[in-house]
Write a protein that binds this ligand. Sequence first.
Ligand SMILES: [Ca+2]
Ligand SMILES: [Ca+2]
Length: 191
Amino acid sequence: MKYILFILLTALAACQPSIATNTTDAPPPTAMAMTDSYEPTIPDTAWLHGDFNGDSIPDTAYSILLKARVDAETQDEYTIRFTTQDIPDLYAGEGDLRLINEGDLNNDGRDDISIFRKPGNGCTYDMQPWSFTNGKWKAISDMILVPTFCDYMSDSAVQARIVNVDSTLFFYEPDYNIDITKLVRKRLPLL
Ligand SMILES: [Ca+2]
Ligand SMILES: [Ca+2]
């Protein structure tokens, strides 16, 4: 009986109309696979001490990889986490980063943090100072651009880009009008 059933199924299969396939139009399976290759890099970062909530107890900030880059055209995505539980994450966005303790930029008695981020292309980093205010992270100013001309900048050199002079905040940028090897001081655009 099983043998007869097998014969019938085989005959039925043989009678099925053949399905025309056009293999020239169909993308090969490997077309969906990523073909870009890249070398993973170690982030500039990643941890920082300070008293960010003003309770006189030292806090530690450290970067956490939220989402890894998927190819050479994208960047890793990070958030900043804190050892102190009542300080929420500070979302950092995409790009390898370094954390800078700016001291107290906005005169509220708490240390403030600048996030110094590596660009996807080129050598112009971006930088933005943040303050922990009323239980939330608040940007102190707009993001500023920091052209590095592809030279390494020390932590102290990065920190010196934003300064508090008599309770007024300034930032330094290359003098694009006269001599880009020199820095000029400008008012920091506060938010
Ligand atoms: Ca603290
Ligand atoms: Ca502050």
